[in-house]
Every structure is written in C-alpha cells, then in structure tokens.
Design a protein around this ligand. Structure first.
Ligand SMILES: Nc1nc2c(ncn2[C@@H]2O[C@@H]3COP(=O)(O)O[C@H]4[C@@H](O)[C@H](n5cnc6c(=O)[nH]c(N)nc65)O[C@@H]4COP(=O)(O)O[C@H]3[C@H]2O)c(=O)[nH]1
Length: 494
C-alpha cells in the first residue's frame, strides 16, 4: 500500500469513527431522554388514577359511618347523596358475608349479580354489568371494622386519563391480578412497570430500543448534524495538517518542477595524460536554504517512483544550457555521461531527447554516454540489447556503471553491447600497498581488455591507486584525487 493510500484510509477511518461515536452518543442521549419522559408520563398517569381512587376511598370513608346502621330508606338516601356529591363515583354498596345488603342503587339483585364475581378483589374492573349496562366499572373495596364498602367508578374516567397521557407515550394500566399474572413476563420483554404504593395498580410502558428509533432522527438531529460536521472537520484537519505533511515524494516532485535539482560535474581523466576525457553528470538537490542534498537521499526514491525520468530530463536541459561554453579548447569529442535507468532508455522519445541534447553543442564536440544504472537483475535483456544497439548507431556510448557490485554484471557483459565499464569505488577502496584486492581488479581489467571494452575506475583517491592502475593500463580515472563533483562555476578542465 502506498503512503498516499494509507493517508486516505486513516483520514476516512478517523472521520467515520468520529461520526459513529457521535451517533452512539446521540442514540444514548435520545434513549435516556425518552426513558426519562416515559417515566414522568408513567408517574403522572399513576398519580391521576390514584387521585380517582382516592376519591372512591374518601367516598367510602364518608359512607363508613353508616355501616353500623341497618339498611333503611334513610341510609340509602344518605348514600345516594354522597354519590351525587362525589364527581366521579357511580355507586356505593355495603356488603357482609359475601353479599351486598345496602347500596345507593335500589336494585340489589342487579348489584349482586354484577359484583358477585369480584368479591375477593380489592380492586377490579367489572365488565358488562347490569347496574350500568354498556359502561365498564372500576370497583374499589375498602375494609372497615364494621364491614366492607364497595365504591364504583366508570372506567370512562380512567380511559380519559390514559388517552390523555398515551398521546405522549403509550402506557398500559395494570390492575391487581394483572400485575401478578403478567408483570414478570412484561419485564422480560422490555417493559417498565411502575407500581402504586397506595392501590393495587401499576402503569407499564415499553422501553426497548426499537421504539425510539424514529426519535433518533426527530430528537437527535441536532447532535447528528453536529457529529457529521465534526467528522468532516476532523477528516479535513487530519488530511491537511497532520497526515498530509508533504512527503519526500511531494517535496522531490516540487523540487524538480522548481529546478532545485541541478547538475554537478565530476571530471573523468585520461590515465596517461591526466587530461580531461569528459565528465559524469551527478544530480544535487539545492534546498531553498542553500543546503546541498546528496543524491543518496533522493535518487533511490526518484528511481522507485519514476520521478527519475523528469529529473534526468531537467538535468539534460540544464547541462545543455551551461556546459557548451566550458568546452572551448577541450579535447574532442568530450565525453558527457548521464546515469539513466533502463526504463528511460526504452521510452520511444528517448533517442530524440538525446539528439536534442547533442544539438546544444557544436557538431562533433561531445560524445554522450549512457551510464546504465540497473540495480535489479535485467529483465527482457533482448529488448534492452536492441535499444542499446540503436543508441550506439546514433553515436551514444554505453557504460556499465558500478561494475562488480550488481547481481549479474558478467552476464550483461556478454549479453549487451557495452563500450565502457566503470569499476565501482568499492574495489578501489581496498586497493592499498598492503591489500590483496589487486587480483580482482587485475582480473576485471584483463577481462575488459579481452572484450575490447574501455575501463573507467571510479573512486580514485590516492597516488598509490593512480600508479597501480596506470601500470594495469586502465583507460580513465574518476575520483577525488583529481576532482570531487562540482557545480559548473567551479568546474576546471585540464
Ligand atoms: N568516496 C568517494 N566517492 C567518489 C569518488 N569519486 C567519485 N565518487 C562518488 O561516486 C559516485 C559516482 O557516481 P555513481 O557511481 O554513478 O553513483 C551515483 C548514481 O548512482 C546516483 N546518481 C547521482 N546522480 C544521478 C542522476 O542524475 N541520475 C541517476 N539515475 N542516478 C544518479 O547517485 C550515486 C551517488 O552519487 P554521488 O553521491 O554524486 O557519488 C558519486 C561521486 O561523488 C572518490 O574518489 N571517493
């Protein structure tokens, strides 16, 4: 995965994580708000029903003074008055020994028929009763030392209360046995049950998550919107300021465009006269602060990313501008070597680029050398061979760079048309009066001679190395002993 792709993934994941966290928080907020509201509605519903039952209880209390009296006309009239003066009460009845014996309603048989089945319940709903046909009654029993009083209310009042509060949140009223029979299973299925402390009633409501899903949008849209905005901000900030700090690739690409990569030159000299045979062009990155950045710090990336091709083209253009006037009076043709990757050589327009470069110099004054830099084993050698042949036909020399360090340099020597080999400085480093590395160098030089290939030895630093290599009839030297790579204004040609 590229660095760029990784940045995109990190940015997107971070932004989505912020959004998901925001959604979870909103969800939690909406649910807790909704549960609080449902709880409040449940308590209000319960209080309202309790107030009704309080009225029934108060009515019974008022009537309780009559319990010790026989059920005379007077007592009945008093009971009727009590009922009439109460707002929601429909009936008061006294009973003893499982039978109603006195009531505000004159038809005792009808009352006994309707209420007989509910004698054991302290609170019950009496449906289809004959006392008030078509209207269900809620019946409260209150025990006194002298007997039991039954007060009845129309369920219409309770329905009204439930209807009013259900408009806010759906509530169910559980009465006496309902609580015992269905309470546990309700709780298991996500219901909340609020029980009254005064009466055997309870209010239940559903609190499972799915009931709140539409509320997630209606109540939570502000925080959802804020989360979305925050996730975008996090994404943008991450991208622009934290992750998107320019990479070496971007910096290098800009540096090439701005012309910060410039050619430096290292002379290559004839081994016999020390006169300049030519130069190798080596890239240097001059940062805006003037710091000289070594190619080791950017060439590997440039080669890997393909930026090396535009970089090399820029160097060629610059060399074409500044080198010609330096060459007056030089031995001709003057060798100008560039490091090319093989992919560049094989571009269809490469030959035209070389021709355009050569044209910047007076005819016949330079000899362009393509130094092949192939760090990987060559693939498609036959295709490369063809390309190199074509270059040679166009008077471009082919030099095999860093000879001795690659994977299969010897294979290339036999497979490719090579004019020059450049023995790597690694071998020369070991060349001192007391070293044993001469044998390898001797062998390489001999082999090159046999194959009629010219030899440039790189990294020549000492007098000993010069004298030794001269004796071995090396063709050219390149190294600090003669000159380090320098910018054009410091280039001195012998
Ligand atoms: N210690 C020591 N070093 C010596 C001596 N003589 C020459 N050198 C160094 O050896 C390197 C020779 O270039 P190279 O083998 O092509 O090795 C080059 C080449 O592979 C690559 N490079 C530089 N410029 C370019 C370019 O424009 N294109 C490409 N593709 N590669 C480049 O970067 C490598 C390093 O370049 P430089 O740092 O300029 O290092 C240069 C040069 O400064 C010496 O006597 N002693």
């Amino acid at each position: 995965m590229t660095h760029y792709k990784a940045k995109i993934i990190i940015t997107v994941i971070s932004a989505i994580s912020v959004l998901i966290c925001g959604m979870i928080l909103t969800w939690y907020q909406v649910i807790s708000l909704e549960q609080r509201r449902s709880m409040q509605t449940a308590y209000k519903t319960l209080n309202s029903v309790e107030t009704l039952l309080d009225e029934a209880k108060n009515t019974a209390d008022q009537a309780s003074v009559l319990l010790s009296e026989p059920c005379s006309m007077q007592v009945r009239t008093k009971l009727e008055r009590i009922v009439i003066s109460a707002r929601h009460i429909r009936l008061i009845a006294f009973y003893k020994g499982r039978k109603i014996y006195c009531s505000s309603f004159s038809d005792m048989d009808a009352i006994n028929k309707s209420y007989a089945g509910f004698i054991n319940s302290s609170l019950a709903i009496v449906k289809n009763n004959t006392v008030s046909p078509g209207i269900d009654a809620i019946v409260l029993q209150t025990q006194y030392p002298q007997g039991i009083i039954v007060t009845s209310l129309s369920t219409a009042w309770i329905s009204e209360i439930m209807h009013f509060f259900n408009a806010q949140h759906h509530m169910d009223l559980l009465i006496d046995n309902d609580i015992k029979s269905s309470g546990a299973s309700l709780l298991e299925t996500g219901y909340v049950i609020i029980k009254s402390k005064k009466y055997p009633i309870a209010v239940s409501f559903y609190s499972a998550f799915n009931i709140f899903s539409y509320k997630f949008i209606t109540d939570g849209w502000v925080s959802l919107l804020l989360s979305a905005i925050l996730s975008i901000i996090v994404g943008v900030l991450l991208w622009r300021y934290i992750l998107h700090s320019p990479s070496l690739y971007e910096n290098l690409s800009k540096a090439i465009d701005r012309g910060e990569i410039i050619p430096w030159y290292q002379p290559i000299v004839h081994s016999n006269s020390y006169g300049t045979y030519g130069v190798e062009v080596l890239a240097r990155w001059i940062s805006p602060s003037g710091e000289v950045i070594s190619p080791e710090n950017f060439i590997p990336l440039a080669e890997q990313s393909g930026l090396i091709i535009p970089l090399t083209k820029k160097l060629m253009a610059q060399v074409g501008k500044e080198l010609p006037e330096k060459l007056e009076g030089q031995l001709q043709p003057f060798h100008v070597g560039f490091n090319f990757i093989t992919a560049h050589l094989q571009e269809p327009e490469f030959l035209d680029e070389c021709r355009a470069f050569i044209k910047k110099f007076p005819p016949g004054t330079i000899r362009l050398t393509a130094e092949i830099l192939e760090r990987e084993p060559f693939e498609r050698v036959s295709q490369l061979k063809e390309t190199l042949r074509q270059l040679q036909e166009n008077h471009i020399d082919i030099a095999l760079d860093d000879f001795g360090t690659g994977h299969s340099n010897l294979n290339y020597l036999s497979a490719l048309p090579i004019d020059i080999i450049k023995i790597d400085k690694l071998f020369i480093n070991g060349l001192s009066p007391d070293s044993g590395s001469q044998k390898i160098i001797d062998y390489v030089i001999e082999m090159a001679k046999t194959l009629n290939i010219k030899v440039v030895v790189e990294g020549v630093e000492t007098q000993f190395q010069v004298e030794y290599l001269k004796k071995k009839r090396v063709d050219y030297f390149q190294g600090y002993y003669f000159s380090k790579p320098v910018p054009i204004n410091k280039l001195t040609l012998r």
